[in-house]
Design a protein around this ligand. Sequence first.
Ligand SMILES: [Ca+2]
Ligand SMILES: [Ca+2]
Length: 498
Amino acid sequence: MPRALGLAVLLAVSCGEGDSVTRLRVSGAFDPPSIDFGEVPIGLSRTITVGLMNTSQAPFTIDDVQDISGAFSIRAVDGLLEGLIVSAGTRVELEVSFISLAANSFAEPLIVKTREVDIPLQVSARGVVRMEPVFTVDPAVLDFGSVELGTTTRLTFAVKNVGNANGTLVSGALESGARDFALSVPWPLIVAPNVIGVFPIAFTPTRGGIFNERMLVGVGELQTPIAIELRGVAGADGNFFCTPSSITFGEVPRGNITSQTITCSARNGDVQLTGQSLTGDASVFSIAAAPPAMGLTAGQSVTYAIEFRPDGLPMPHSASLAIEYLGNTGPATLTIPLNGTVGVPPPTANAISVILTWDKDFTDVDLHLVRPGGSTFTLESDCFWASKAPDWGAPGVQTDNPFLDVDDIDGYGPETINLRQTGAGSYGVFAHHYADRKLGPTAATAEIYIGGTRVGTYSTPSLACNDLWNIGTVEWNGSSGSFTPAGAVMATQSGNCE
Ligand SMILES: [Ca+2]
Ligand SMILES: [Ca+2]
């Protein structure tokens, strides 16, 4: 009734003015409009990405998010949520997380508030008391490249138990029943929580052609096996082969350039090399050495050197070396898959490193590093979760950028920022309590490294939700520096505390 009255008054005012003033009605909706996290064992979290669409003709600005139970949180995939402007007709991606705090069922609206309209997302989840292993696989796809018939190529993959109970690996076989790929694990093998197991898979093709298989690894405690996708080509045109047929650099700390060589040989006839190039996500790979365009007689070999130059945020990268040649059957391309993962450098390898930890489970405290002259919560001058790798120093150059390398949202940390090299100036270090899940304040501790040396550890006893702790200032002269602690705690309005 009050709502109908309000609308009537609005209409009366509009009509009464009788001019061309048009009120653009703002509307938005989530896609999908509801999400279900299913059953989540207590102590674990799960994240789902959803779209928030502006379905109207006018932009709106997100002011706040209302979370009734405190068990859910929502963040923009890239950038700050509060203050985010969503243009007319556009869509932004948001990450919704559920943290399983207790054995309860949740079904509630998570409400994104704008000045004009509230946009609800229905969320549901069930916290359950359950001990179970949960496995992640890295990489999810193993590509062996072109392998000569009668030879064997080995690649490794890693499984990590991210669950809360032991998992027993009991078997491994191709879903198709074929035997061209073989997994060797000392069965049965128990993988404890937080343990990573690395295992080799051998590809020994028994026929020519393209292989597209799935290796299923049985887990005694689970109904669904772990699946690893396998790719390979056997024989190709039978004319040119490389060893190894695929390069996996593994995880290499950012800044550590590593190199591997490939030896390639002409088989069963002459080969005319015509060129080579990198394809795919090639920014972190380079061809350090390659033979000139030349002819090879059967049995002759050449070598290529490939560099992995890990830079940017910690993540896996995949590309391919494509070698073009003329062989028995005309122009052909041999493809060598390249894989490498950018790893986190140790705190001793950087100009400035800060490691934040806190003492309350399920809560989200955030680390902030602010460049000289900058201020907190600005995407250009503050390195934090909404701006994990701002481009500081020389534009487009990554070596002088800070990285939020470890981002923790569900308790204790560590959360880590590393800045490898940077210009002189004063850098501010802050910690902000972003979401307390209605569990109250936490104590927080920051470890500061300058020029590769730990200069101090600082703590605050009680950081409430939305509090910003000014930890102190790094004075950096370009090659060395010092730390001046501050200690003040002030309230802000940037968190997710409702
Ligand atoms: Ca955090
Ligand atoms: Ca830069």
